[in-house]
Design a protein around this ligand. Structure first.
Ligand code: BES
Ligand code: MN
Ligand code: ZN
Length: 483
């Protein structure tokens, strides 16, 4: 799976050398191929999305091969997202059947070839490195994917491959437990990516360097842990750069116990995913470099654990962020906004002109939008539209949520400029967004609260686990912003 090869082939799909070919079936349409038509007549092949039927035919070089008939729904409703869903269903079936090479006959539609690649690669990802029983050599499942048709665009296919691989890499970081994916582990991953690309540079700040930069809010969260925190900075400075200087900021709490305001133990293990925003940012920037996109990007990922201890920040403690604003830490479990406050300040200092932050920030956004939409907050309608449409193109959809002066009012502290958590538990996700807004210096900024979508996304191509949400959106955004 890790190195599944992906190719685009122009020409007749049925001329493939693959052991399993996939053809789509639209509602109310009859395939020209007699074998497939028979399958439809028998009622075995169904046009409903996610339906997959199996037949066998003679292979051109002798022997037999499989044909999967994948339902695509109504032609007029078919789009890239439905192609991802259909591809995932076919990939799962092909894998079950022991297929090694897969070939899709690409149906017509904008972005469909790329989407088939994404749906397949995302579906075939598995986190099994800690399972003792791993597949034997030669039983490793699907090794190649071909998308074939008269006008398949090889660049689109390669672009989709890189996007899906980056999302899967982010999922791997998400899935790794907190005893492996520590702040220094994430920093090393960022350094490894930077090493691979001339256009990338990495800067890593340790505890002392973070403190020396005046990041008192970040340091406050890192006080309780013995794991050394890192501010991870990746700079993409390509030759021939175009477009605005983008700032990508991602929350990377490698484990969120809540600190002294400790969380209940039920489901606490899920808090290893609290670094999902940072994972998406790091892997997205790597993909941008791999694709050679001419976007200027500064990525800032504050990485730390949030732990209780004798040194930990206590409720009521007052700290000073990099922009000199003072914050009363009334709830140590509202740690994401603290580390992001300083990360946003740092990004501003680097001269970023458009900002997107990704963060598993609030439980309330899961209540409001489930695992379907990310919460989107912004101080700039135009920039927000750009981010939302890049998200929609990748199937990573967001729903705009409000900011309001009354929410801003709630963030005022009793003894300091701000408090990180209000007495009243109202509009928590908007409160958090208003808090962050005070660190972006009025630059166009979009905050995506991915607490619900980072895992447990209801799409069949990512399953219920880590989704890599936001990785593909950021890459697509960088592509559009530098086009
Ligand atoms: N990482 C959590 C948010 C979270 C909760 C993500 C559940 C996924 C599922 C965040 O740090 C947090 O604890 N937020 C608190 C803030 C509150 C104390 C003001 C929340 O949302 O409950
Ligand atoms: Mn928390
Ligand atoms: Zn958290």
């Amino acid at each position: 799976m890790a190195n599944l090869t992906v190719t685009a082939r122009r020409g007749a799909p049925e001329e493939t050398a693959a052991d399993t070919r996939v053809v789509g079936l639209f509602e109310g349409e009859t395939p020209a191929d007699p074998l497939l038509r028979r399958l439809v007549d028998l009622g075995e092949a169904k046009p409903g999305l996610k339906k997959v039927a199996l037949a066998h035919e003679n292979a051109p070089g002798g022997g037999e091969r499989r044909v999967l008939v994948a339902g695509l729904g109504k032609r007029e409703q078919f789009d890239a997202e439905r192609a991802r869903v259909a591809a995932a269903a076919a990939a799962a079936r092909a894998k079950d059947l022991g297929a090694v090479s897969l070939s899709w006959a690409v149906p017509a539609g904008d972005g469909v070839a790329g989407a088939l690649v994404e749906g397949t690669l995302l579906r075939l990802y598995r986190f099994d490195r800690f399972k003792s029983e791993r597949p034997e050599e030669g039983e490793e499942g699907i090794e190649s994917l071909e998308v074939a048709g008269d006008d398949v665009d090889a660049d689109e296919v390669e672009y989709a491959r890189v996007l899906a691989a980056a999302a899967n890499a982010a999922r791997e970081l998400q899935n790794l437990p907190s005893n492996v994916a520590t702040p220094t582990f994430l920093a090393e991953r960022a350094a490894e990516i930077a090493e691979q690309h001339e256009s990338l540079e990495v800067e890593l700040l340790d505890r002392d360097a973070i403190a020396a930069r005046g990041m008192g809010a970040f340091i406050a969260v890192a006080r309780g842990t013995d794991a050394d925190p890192r501010l991870i900075v990746l700079r993409h400075r390509p030759a021939g750069a175009r477009g605005p200087h983008l700032g990508f900021v991602g929350k990377a709490v490698t484990f969120d116990t809540g600190g002294i305001s400790i969380k209940p133990s039920a489901k606490m293990h899920e808090m290893k995913f609290d670094m999902s925003g940072g994972a998406a940012v790091i892997e997205a920037v790597g993909a941008v470099a791999e694709l050679g996109l001419p976007a200027t990007i500064t990525a800032v990922v504050p990485a730390t654990e949030n732990m209780p201890s004798g040194r930990a920040t206590k409720p009521g403690d007052i700290v000073t962020a990099m922009n000199r604003k003072t914050i009363e830490v009334n709830n140590t479990d509202a740690e994401g906004r603290l580390i992001l406050a300083d990360a946003l300040c740092y990004a501003i200092e680097q001269g970023v002109e458009r900002i997107v932050d990704l963060a598993t920030l609030t439980g309330a956004i899961v209540v409001a939008l489930g695992h379907t939409y990310a919460g989107v907050f912004s101080n700039d309608d135009e920039w927000c539209t750009q981010v939302e449409s890049a998200g929609a193109a990748t199937g990573e959809i967001g729903w705009r949520m409000p900011l309001h002066p009354e929410f801003l009012e709630l963030t005022k502290g009793e003894y300091a400029d701000l408090t990180n958590a209000a007495e009243q538990r109202v509009a928590s996700s908007s409160y958090a967004a208003e808090f962050l807004r005070q660190f972006v210096d009025d630059r166009p900024w979009v905050h995506m609260d991915i607490a619900g979508t980072a895992w447990g996304l209801a799409r069949n191509y990512t399953g219920k686990g880590a989704s890599g949400f936001g990785t593909r959106t950021l890459i697509e955004l960088a592509r559009r912003a530098s086009a």
